[in-house]
Each structure stands twice: as structure tokens, then as C-alpha cells.
Design a protein around this ligand. Structure first.
Ligand SMILES: C[S@@+](CC[C@H](N)C(=O)[O-])C[C@H]1O[C@@H](n2cnc3c(N)ncnc32)[C@H](O)[C@@H]1O
Length: 226
């Protein structure tokens, strides 16, 4: 009798492997569920926007960036790099929302002033995203440095676990963890359909949640179900 890998035991399909840059888009259902219970305080930033699945459901001043350009927002922007703040400063200064706008405006030296404003005066009120899972903590750390009011992250419920992550989370103003009553289905490679079966994706083996940090919150985190 053959042995089963951990992934197979958990119900995964190891033949697919991971997607490049962990591109699992957020289902509209998952985003709408959080927007019903949490206010977005604008201006907002989606720093790993993919094709804009989250950004497109937001209704105020939103800046959308990603390491990879997927024909939405601005690409070539590594959220974890030092230069990110400068690039975001250019975007904010010129109100650039697309790659084209952004390319046309990056020569503005005045962008530097805005860069300082973005960072020191905390221009961005809410950072919201679904980060690559293996960079969850790094994204939370950077988002907490940038956001003036709130950080909202979609992630595996499992993000609460692990000595390094849990110890870090204890030091953050994590206010609410919204656990889904119904299993959520992220869209692998942004696709609604599983190309292997030509049908909607089979139920995910992972449990997901929305994590909310409120800057200045000093109480214990609370679990809610949505
Ligand atoms: C799980 S997907 C989510 C996409 C989108 N936020 C959504 O909810 O549909 C993670 C995204 O993070 C992007 N990404 C990976 N590393 C990044 C980095 N260092 N800086 C910015 N974006 C990154 C990937 O290109 C991918 O689009």
C-alpha cells in the first residue's frame, strides 16, 4: 500500500503545486461579508491587489498595487521593500490609480514630499488585502506602520498559530477575527473555474478568516462569526 502525502491527507491536490507569487484571488463573497460588518476609512490601500478583486468592491479613494502587474492598479511594487513608500508617495501625489498614470508621474521630484507625507503623516487610513500566506506577518508589520486607523487582512485561520506568528500577534492591536461559518473558496490564479475539471472549484481544505487591527486598540482580540 502506498503512503499519502500530508497534502493528500488534507484533501489537497499535490499535482497542481503552488501558484506563482501565491496568486489566490479573494472571492467577492468573502469581501462583501467583511464590508457588511467593518467600515473602510478612506483613503485605503490594497498593496497586493492582483486583478483588483478586493479593490473593485471599495467605494472611496483607493490605491492598488502589486508586485506583479495583472492589468489592475500598479505593478512592480514590492510592499515589503523600502522603496515602496516612495513609489506610493508618487501615486498619492498625482492621484495615480493605474500603471499608465503611475509611469507618467514617477519623474516628479515633488513626489518625495508626498512620500514623507504618506509615511510620517500616515496618509493611508486603511490597509486591506489578502497577502501571500507565507508573508502574512511581514505584510501585517508593514501595514501597521502605514495605516492610520485600520488594517484588514484575509488569511488562513491557521495564521493565528505558530510560535513566531502568535508571539508577534500578541504584541499587535489585533481587535477582531471574523471566522467564516461557511468554508470560503479563494480563486486560484484568479479563475472562477478549475481548469482540470472545467467546473467551479471543489471546496477548499483551508479555513479562512478576516483579521482586523485597529490602531491604538489595547484590549484582547475578539472572535466573531460571519
Ligand atoms: C493571495 S493573492 C491575493 C490577491 C488580491 N489581494 C485578492 O485578494 O484578490 C496575493 C497577491 O500578493 C502579491 N504579492 C506577492 N508578493 C508580494 C509583495 N512582496 N508585494 C506586493 N505584492 C505581492 C501576488 O502577486 C498576489 O497578487
Amino acid at each position: 500500500m502506498g503512503t499519502l502525502s500530508g497534502n493528500k491527507i488534507a484533501g489537497g491536490n499535490p499535482s497542481r503545486g503552488r501558484v506563482d507569487n501565491d496568486y489566490y484571488a479573494t472571492n467577492n463573497y468573502s469581501t462583501k461579508a467583511i464590508l457588511e460588518v467593518e467600515d473602510i476609512i478612506y483613503p485605503a490601500l490594497e498593496p497586493a491587489c492582483g486583478e483588483g478583486h478586493i479593490s473593485k468592491l471599495l467605494v472611496g479613494e483607493v490605491y492598488s498595487t502589486d508586485l506583479i502587474y495583472r492589468k489592475y492598479g500598479c505593478g512592480d511594487m514590492d510592499f515589503l521593500s523600502y522603496e515602496y513608500i516612495e513609489k506610493l508617495g508618487y501615486m498619492v501625489y498625482k492621484n495615480s490609480k493605474t500603471q499608465k498614470d503611475y509611469r507618467e508621474n514617477t519623474n516628479e521630484t515633488l513626489g518625495f514630499i508626498k512620500q514623507k507625507k504618506v509615511y510620517e503623516n500616515k496618509y493611508i487610513n486603511t490597509v486591506i488585502t489578502n497577502p501571500p500566506f507565507n508573508l502574512f506577518q511581514e505584510f501585517v508589520e508593514k501595514a501597521l506602520m502605514l495605516a492610520n486607523k485600520k488594517v484588514i487582512m484575509f488569511g488562513k485561520l491557521q495564521a493565528l498559530e505558530g510560535i513566531k506568528r502568535a508571539t508577534f500577534l500578541e504584541t499587535t492591536p489585533l481587535k477582531t477575527v471574523y471566522v467564516f461559518k461557511k468554508r470560503q473558496q479563494p480563486l486560484r490564479n484568479g479563475s472562477e473555474i478549475d481548469p482540470l475539471t472545467n467546473k467551479k472549484w471543489a471546496s477548499s481544505t483551508m479555513a479562512f478568516a478576516w483579521f482586523i487591527w485597529e490602531i491604538g486598540y489595547t484590549g484582547e482580540p475578539v472572535i466573531k462569526w460571519i
